[in-house]
Design a protein around this ligand. Structure first.
Ligand SMILES: [Zn+2]
Length: 268
């Protein structure tokens, strides 16, 4: 049972009015990581209620499909009904492309451990995967998806063109949130995220979180991943970061950025 099910729904309504925003997200939502995801929801909920995004992978590594009608699909629908935003997060999350450009090869191998699925895709293949993933998630939840976020935040030119063609409402990378539909930037600033692949990465992510959680930026994004739930020092840093961020910020949804942008352009 998902942890949201045991919390009363009214706790999801946050009352703070601070204009600075906190956007939280859980990456790599897949049946493969079901227990870790439940634990991550338990970490986020006391700070942001249901105001967080789930980045869902339709078939993680090609061997963990989300099957309509399955218990996991039912959980996804319930999360969406309780206000959680659902983003498509690649299709398999695995980078099977052959990268001809040296920079892309380095990004794919060093930065992402081969998980930058949308870095080397052609426009046609990106369109195909976005279309299939979107149709699956919309059938499972009964709602339009809220946007698309590429695995490892890496987008090739084919992916960017496909997102524009699909009129995707929201996308993000390490430093920006934007609307492929309108071409507008919705927010800028780094994402706080954690890594546990090596001791060095773990130590540097703890340091970065400690520095960034007090940064005076308007929209602070915090992204957590399933392996984070298995590491006690990361769990501690995540809770401290959420506590600090939630004190001076209002937990928000990504879609509010679109509404704020619409209000701003309406005044112009
Ligand atoms: Zn991911």
């Amino acid at each position: 049972m998902g942890l949201l099910a045991v919390y009363p729904l009214q706790r999801c309504a946050m009352s703070a009015t601070d204009s600075r925003l906190l956007l939280a997200s859980i990456h790599d939502v897949s049946p493969r990581f079901e227990s870790e995801i439940d634990r991550l929801i338990g970490l986020l909920f006391p700070y942001v209620g249901c105001r967080f995004a789930m980045l869902v992978v339709p078939n993680h590594w090609g061997s963990a499909p989300i099957v309509p009608g399955s218990p996991f699909a039912t959980k996804l629908r319930r999360w969406k009904e309780q206000g959680v935003e659902i983003f498509l997060h690649g299709f398999t999350h695995r980078d099977d492309s052959r990268h001809d450009h040296l920079g892309k090869r380095l990004s794919a191998a060093v930065m992402t451990a081969g998980e930058g699925e949308f870095l080397g895709l052609s426009r046609a293949e990106a369109t195909n995967r976005i279309g299939h993933g979107r149709a699956l998630l919309e059938a499972v939840t009964g709602y339009p998806i809220d946007g698309f976020i590429a695995p490892a935040w890496l987008y090739g030119n084919g992916a960017l063109a496909a997102l524009e063609e699909a009129a995707m409402p929201i996308a993000e990378d390490h430093l920006h949130v934007w609307s492929p539909q309108s071409g507008r930037t919705l927010a800028t600033g780094p994402v706080i995220t954690w890594a546990s692949r090596s001791r060095l990465r773990l130590a540097s992510s703890l340091l970065a979180a400690a520095m960034l959680r007090r940064a005076p930026i308007k929209v602070l994004r915090i992204g957590v991943h399933p392996p984070d739930a298995r590491n006690s020092s990361l769990v501690k840093s995540i809770c401290t970061t959420l506590g600090v961020a939630a004190k001076g910020r209002r937990a928000a949804q990504y879609s509010e950025l679109l509404e704020a942008r619409l209000r701003t352009s309406g005044r112009n």
